[in-house]
Design a protein around this ligand. Structure first.
Ligand code: ADE
Length: 349
């Protein structure tokens, strides 16, 4: 039996019943794949339903206010996924009359759609013959064929793609792709896989050579950059000042309190020596209280946030023009990132 037939025979009785597997709607499939890029299936299901209920088709997503898209995505993290999904929907609306094209190259031309997502939409929605390669598939192939080149190096990724194509079954594109991803998700798991029950244990290089724990190889990620976010919580007239993050940095498009970012941790004394503090507040504000540290760990940065609750002594403070006074009752209607959400849950219950 070919590898693909073995995969499919294993998959059919074992597969999980996941909502995006019961549709051929290319837009739903696109949404599911973007949600699942950095999210576990269990958490992804709720967001998938939430997203397609709010934005049932490409045009409704393309025409939505960006704040609304962020609000629906709130809590899922990696917000560039939501921004790119909306930017992509606008491209589809303009270039393809609101319909995702049944063509791999055209799918790739859409903002935010890379080779993985294009192959997933092409195969799951249109049964086109393109092999998907994601983290699960890379692990299966590295073990099955004994590929020791790091899967996150360009050489390693090429070797994995080649193997993915070698074993691909163009007559059963969708099934084959779902099956190999499911094998990675359920059987060939990262740690302590139960290899004796795997349909490939007799031919798997890693199992036969006691290399399961050594594969796949990954080259180490770069250094983690520490960042210190000092948020200024300034209340006035039943409101609190907010601003929308801009620029190319993480979380742009999300709302937060005016921020003084520093290279080292600050306390209620040292923060007052910063240039930003002096520009904004001079002597017009007093620190009422200082929160504990909230930590947000990302793959390449570790963000430590503290919230400085200020009382305003006079009108003499001068925040940036992008800052606005948000009535406390409206706070929850703005999309915010995890650090702000946690703080609001503690302080603005
Ligand atoms: N992870 C990414 N895409 C997936 C899919 N279509 N089904 C299950 N898990 C996935």
């Amino acid at each position: 039996m070919s590898i693909s037939s073995t995969l499919i025979s294993w998959y059919l009785p074992k597969k999980r019943n996941l909502p995006w597997r019961n549709t051929r709607n290319p837009y739903y499939i696109w949404v599911s794949e973007v949600v699942l890029q950095q999210t576990r299936v269990a958490q992804g299901i709720d967001y998938y339903y939430r997203f397609i209920e709010h934005f049932p088709n490409i045009n409704s997503l393309a025409n939505a206010h960006p704040d609304e898209v962020m609000k629906v995505w709130q809590g899922l993290g990696y917000y560039s996924r939501a921004r790119n999904l909306q930017a992509g929907a606008k491209v589809v609306q303009e270039k393809f009359r609101g319909q995702l094209p049944a063509n791999f190259e055209l799918l790739l031309s859409i903002k935010g759609v890379g080779p993985y997502t294009a192959a997933a939409i092409a195969s799951f929605a249109f049964d086109l013959p393109f092999a998907v390669v994601d983290g699960n598939v890379s692990r299966v192939l590295a073990r099955l064929f004994g590929i020791f080149e790091p899967v996150n190096s360009s050489r390693g990724a090429k070797m994995i793609s080649q193997k993915a194509e070698d074993i691909f079954n163009p007559q059963q594109s969708a099934l084959h792709n779902q099956a190999i991803m499911e094998l990675g998700a359920l059987q060939c798991v990262p740690r302590n896989p139960d290899c004796t029950s795997c349909p490939f244990h007799l031919v798997c290089f890693a199992w036969q050579h006691q290399q399961v724990d050594n594969l796949p190889q990954k080259k180490p990620k770069g250094k983690v950059r520490p960042r210190y976010h000092n948020y200024m919580v300034v209340k006035k007239d039943g409101g609190v000042f907010l601003t929308k993050r801009a620029g190319k940095d993480i979380w742009h498009g999300l709302y937060e309190f005016p921020l003084i970012e520093t290279e080292s941790p600050m306390d209620d004394q040292t923060i007052q020596n910063t240039q930003q503090w002096n520009e904004w507040f001079g002597n017009a504000c007093k620190i009422e209280s200082l929160s504990d540290e909230f930590i947000h760990q990302l793959s390449h940065q570790s963000i430590r946030a503290r919230f400085f609750m200020l009382t305003v002594d006079s009108k003499a403070f001068k925040l940036d023009s992008s800052v606005f006074l948000c009535p406390i009752a409206n706070l929850r209607s703005y999309p915010v990132h995890k650090l702000i959400e946690k703080y609001l849950n503690n302080e603005f219950k």
